[in-house]
Design a protein around this ligand. Structure first.
Ligand code: NJP
Length: 234
């Protein structure tokens, strides 16, 4: 791909207002992509657009758990850029402790609406454009969607994201569209209330996303599981 072709390419990032999504916006801008950024926090998105520059970044606030809102957001992005080449479906929320015995059920609903339905709505509203571009779908799954976590409804929603990724890859076979699951371990982001000094940093995951996006067309990166290196033994 020539540099000017890369510069034309548009990546839509959900959950772009903080953590992994915001770090990926910075890394993708550095790699020459133009960005469409969405999340609910208008102020944070505006600050990111100001940082990256209006010629490279465009923000459309949206609640991904609402299908019509995503449809309007995608229409606005296509009106602005005329295309969507890649989608990073990354918005997600966690839940409280207590397992299936006592965790608050409202948290379960939120996780289904954002982590599963939100991702499916992002696909439903963007695939038409991504197929036209023979582009790329990147999903933020999790190591929690590939391994057993004790009593974790969050883990169940990330297993669903893994399943969405596998099923989508089959659906898109022959279309030229590539599908990548990014499966991080713990990352130090606002996802947690407390700092996580031994975890990955958002930029560590952002580099994986850009790695997948920038491979030549004939290279299909299926899954990247990225975990913090275990601490040195005493
Ligand atoms: O967390 P955070 P991460 N509509 O809280 C957005 C997964 N993951 O970067 O709407 C639209 O900084 C929210 O924006 P806002 C995790 O499951 C994480 O760690 O403004 N957007 C923000 O931009 C998730 O899928 C770890 O509040 C909504 C973003 O989502 C992804 O990584 C480990 C929304 C969340 O950013 C990014 O999370 C792992 C809605 N209804 C997977 N609700 C980890 N941190 O350890 C939320 O394996 N957002």
């Amino acid at each position: 791909m020539t540099e000017s072709q890369q510069n034309d390419r548009v990546v839509l990032i959900t959950g772009a207002s903080s953590g992994i999504g915001a770090a990926t916006a910075r890394a993708a801008a550095e790699a020459g992509y133009r960005l469409a950024l969405t999340a609910r926090s208008t102020d944070k998105l505006d600050r990111l657009v100001a940082e990256l520059g209006r010629e490279r970044a465009f923000a459309v606030p949206c609640d991904v758990s609402r299908f019509e809102a995503q449809q309007r957001m995608v229409d606005t992005v296509v009106k602005h850029y005329g295309r969507i080449d890649a989608v990073f479906a990354n918005a997600g929320v966690g839940g409280g402790p207590g397992g299936f015995s006592s965790a608050p059920v409202d948290g379960w609903r939120a996780m289904v609406e954002v982590n599963i339905l939100g991702v499916a709505y992002t696909l439903r509203t963007t695939l038409e454009h991504v197929k036209k571009a023979r582009g790329h779908v990147v999903l933020t799954g999790s190591v929690a969607g590939r391994r057993t976590l004790t009593g974790s409804f969050y883990s169940a929603t990330k297993w669903a994201v893994s399943a969405i990724g596998y099923g989508l890859r089959e659906e898109l076979k022959g279309s030229g569209v590539r599908v990548t699951l990014i499966e991080p371990g713990m990352v130090d982001t606002p996802f947690f209330d407390d700092p996580k000094p031994d975890a990955l940093r958002p930029d560590d995951v952002a580099r994986s996303v850009v790695y997948a996006l920038t491979q030549p067309d004939h290279v299909d990166v299926h899954e990247l599981m990225v975990l913090p290196t275990p601490p040195l033994a005493d």
